[in-house]
Design a protein around this ligand. Structure first.
Ligand code: ATP
Length: 346
C-alpha cells in the first residue's frame, strides 16, 4: 500500500499536530455528515489520493475520535470494509484520519428514487455488506448506523462495495444514553426510548437496519418515516408481521412471499426474535420481487400471502403514467385515488 510514512503515521493515542496543507493538496469535499466532513486530498509525499475524515474539535471529543479511528483501522482487513490507513493527526481545529477513496461515491446516490435498484445489483450489495456485518458481529461490534450513505461503491457493477463510518460503533452489550433522533433505519426499541434514556447496544439493531436498507434498495422508498406505532406505515407492517392480519401492506406486495418471510424474520418488533445477518444468505438464490407488474404477470410461484390486488394495479398504472411523463410522485395512499380519478376523466 503506497501510503505516507512518518511524520504523519501515528497512533491516535499520541496525535501529531500538523498543518493540513503542508502535507496534502485538498481537492474537493466528498461529503458532509452530522459529525464532520470528508475531503478528497492528494498526499504530497506519495501522490496518493485519500479521503480525509475531518472532525472539528469544537464538536468532537478526542476520545470519540480515537474510538472511530481505532475501530475503522481494526476492521479494515475485511474486504468489504473501507480501508483506513494508519494515519491520524490533529490540526489546530480538527482531528483527521485517512481512508481509501471511493471514486464512485456512496450507495444513496445509486438508488433511483421511487424505483429502486435492479434485484441482481441489490443481491450483490447485500451479500457483501452482510459479510462485513457478520465480521463485525463476530468481533462483538455493532455498527449502529447502517444506511446507504455509509456504503461506498468501488465498481460500477456493484461487485465491490464497502461498509464505512464507524463513528457510532460500540461493543455489543454496552449501555449508552440515547442522544440521536430517529431516522427510518432506527429500530423500534431505540425509537421508543426517550432522550438520555439508557439503551443497550445489540447486534439485532443492525439486523433491523439491514432489513430497512433492503427495502429501500429494492423500492427506492422508505418503508416508514419512523419505526413508531404512531407511523401508519409502520403500524400496518407490524400488524401483518405479528400475524394479526394476512393482508400484506400495499408497499410490501411487490415482494415474493418467500422474501416476505425474510422481512418477517429480520424486522421483528421483538429484538431477541430477529434472525441474524447471515440469514439473508439463504435467500440469495430466490426471486425477491414479483415478476414485472407492467407485463401483467402478477402471480407468484409460492404466494401464500394475499396476492397482488388493487394497489398493485395502482403501482402498475403509476409506472405506465410515469412512462408517459405524468407525475405520480404523490403520497402512496393518495396515489391510487389520483390514478383512478385520472382514468375516470379520460
Ligand atoms: N472514503 C470515501 N470515499 C468517497 N466518499 C466518501 C468517503 N468517506 C465518506 N465519503 C462521503 O462523505 C459522506 C459523509 O461521510 P461519513 O459518513 O464518514 O461522515 P459522518 O459525519 O460520520 O456522517 P453521518 O452523518 O452518517 O454520521 C458519505 O456519505 C460519503 O458520501
Amino acid at each position: 500500500m503506497n501510503m505516507p510514512r512518518s511524520p504523519i503515521s501515528s497512533t491516535s493515542d499520541n496525535l501529531r499536530q500538523l498543518n493540513l496543507k503542508d502535507h496534502y493538496q485538498l481537492i474537493r469535499d466528498l461529503g458532509r455528515g452530522t459529525y464532520g466532513k470528508v475531503v478528497l486530498a492528494k498526499c504530497l509525499e506519495t501522490g496518493t489520493h485519500v479521503a480525509l475524515k475531518v472532525l472539528p474539535k469544537s464538536t468532537t471529543k478526542l476520545r470519540e475520535f480515537q474510538r472511530e479511528f481505532q475501530y475503522s483501522y481494526f476492521l479494515s482487513p475485511h474486504s468489504n470494509i473501507v480501508d483506513s490507513y494508519n494515519v491520524a493527526f490533529e490540526t489546530r481545529s480538527s482531528y483527521v484520519f485517512a481512508q481509501e477513496y471511493a471514486p464512485i461515491g456512496d450507495l444513496f446516490d445509486a438508488i433511483p428514487p421511487q424505483v429502486g435498484m435492479k434485484e441482481k445489483d441489490v443481491k450483490s450489495v447485500v451479500k457483501q455488506i452482510a459479510s462485513a456485518l457478520e465480521f463485525m458481529h463476530s468481533k462483538q461490534l455493532v455498527h449502529r448506523d447502517i444506511k446507504p450513505e455509509n456504503i461506498l461503491i468501488f465498481e460500477d457493477d456493484f461487485n465491490k462495495v464497502k461498509l464505512m463510518d464507524f463513528g457510532m460503533t460500540r461493543k455489543d452489550g454496552t449501555v449508552i444514553r440515547k442522544t440521536n433522533g430517529s431516522i427510518p433505519y432506527t429500530p423500534p426499541e431505540i425509537c421508543e426510548a426517550v432522550r438520555n434514556e439508557n439503551i443497550t447496544v445489540a447486534a439485532n439493531g443492525d439486523v433491523w437496519a439491514f432489513g430497512v436498507l433492503l427495502f429501500c434498495m429494492l423500492t427506492g422508498n422508505f418503508p416508514w418515516e419512523n419505526a413508531d406505532i404512531g407511523d401508519v406505515y409502520f403500524s400496518e407492517f407490524i400488524t401483518w408481521q405479528r400475524r394479526k392480519t394476512s393482508k400484506v401492506p400495499s408497499q410490501w406486495k411487490r415482494f415474493t412471499s418467500k422474501f416476505l418471510r425474510y422481512f418477517r424474520k429480520s424486522l421483528d418488533i421483538k429484538p431477541d426474535r430477529r434472525c441474524e445477518v447471515k440469514e439473508i444468505n439463504k435467500y440469495l438464490q430466490d426471486n425477491w420481487l414479483l415478476p414485472s407488474r407492467i407485463s401483467g404477470d402478477s402471480t407468484s410461484d409460492d404466494d401464500e400471502e394475499e396476492s397482488v390486488s388493487n394497489s398493485d394495479q395502482g403501482d402498475k398504472l403509476a409506472l405506465i403514467l410515469q412512462n408517459h411523463g405524468i407525475d405520480t410522485k404523490v403520497d402512496k395512499r393518495l396515489r391510487d385515488v389520483r390514478i383512478s380519478e385520472w382514468l375516470l376523466s379520460l
